[in-house]
Design a protein around this ligand. Structure first.
Ligand SMILES: NC(=O)c1ccc[n+]([C@@H]2O[C@H](COP(=O)([O-])OP(=O)(O)OC[C@H]3O[C@@H](n4cnc5c(N)ncnc54)[C@H](OP(=O)(O)O)[C@@H]3O)[C@@H](O)[C@H]2O)c1
Length: 214
């Protein structure tokens, strides 16, 4: 499949581009700055398309079979950008994907998005944005997978995870970005991951096996 990666220049996004280059899929990297294009090609992207989630980016969906949405406004911006990028940007992506008859939409969400009221006040707006965006995706006609990882690290890949609907207690657990990227890519070709939303942390189940049981 030709996979559009939204947020390709992000820390997870770069792992996704590298992983897709080693897979049976092709990667189209969506970035918002021209100068990011060369890096994407170096990492193995087949195509690069310029697109900004704050504008119309429907052109990015030409000849695309599947989408991995790995973008986000980040911790250094305010709640206004969370609304515009994490929520409204994602909703526009679902609309473009439906029009383009995309076969599978994989959304990088966050642990806690299944229950924003249980989250600390300082991140509740972010959790609400993720929760509403996830619910909007579930209400579309798209085949979807919603991946809700715990705290992300830049540690080397472990290659094994634990998934559940909602963790009761995570303690100090986390998950490497490299493994989240593998989960996003493997979700594209794992039938049992379709129509599912799940939380994940590093664990002891090999990724493909864990997704088959999700
Ligand atoms: N941090 C955590 O512990 C954690 C835990 C669970 C889930 N998550 C989710 O995982 C996501 C990815 O994490 P990450 O570490 O890879 O984040 P990241 O490095 O900040 O990547 C976010 C990407 O989104 C892109 N982006 C932002 N605004 C955009 C816009 N208007 N148009 C197009 N692209 C835009 C950024 O583009 P530029 O490169 O041009 O800036 C960047 O490439 C986060 O956004 C968050 O929602 C994070």
């Amino acid at each position: 499949m030709n996979v559009l990666v939204i947020g390709a220049n992000g820390q997870v996004g770069k792992h996704v581009i590298k992983g897709l280059a080693k897979s049976e899929h092709k990667a189209t990297a969506m970035v918002r700055k021209e100068e990011q294009a060369n890096k994407m090609k170096e990492l193995g992207a087949d195509e690069v398309v310029l697109g900004n989630l704050e504008k119309d980016f429907s052109h990015a969906f030409t000849n695309i079979d599947a989408v991995i949405f790995a973008a986000g406004s980040g911790g250094s911006t305010g709640a206004d950008k969370t609304l515009v990028i994490d929520l409204w940007g994602a909703i526009k992506a679902f609309q473009y994907a439906e029009k383009a008859k995309i076969k599978h939409f994989v959304q990088l969400s966050s642990i806690g998005a299944g229950d924003p009221d249980a989250q600390p006040d300082n991140i509740k707006h972010y959790m609400v944005a993720k929760a509403v965006s996830d619910q909007m995706l579930m209400a579309t006609s798209l085949n979807y997978t919603i991946v809700r990882p715990g705290p992300l690290t830049n540690e080397a890949s472990i290659g094994s995870i634990e998934t559940t609907d909602m963790f009761k207690e995570i303690g100090y657990r986390s998950i490497p970005r490299a493994d989240v990227a593998t989960v996003l890519i493997e979700s594209l070709s794992t039938e049992s991951a379709r129509g599912k939303a799940f939380e994940l942390l590093a664990g002891d189940q090999e990724i493909k096996r864990a997704l088959e049981n999700v």
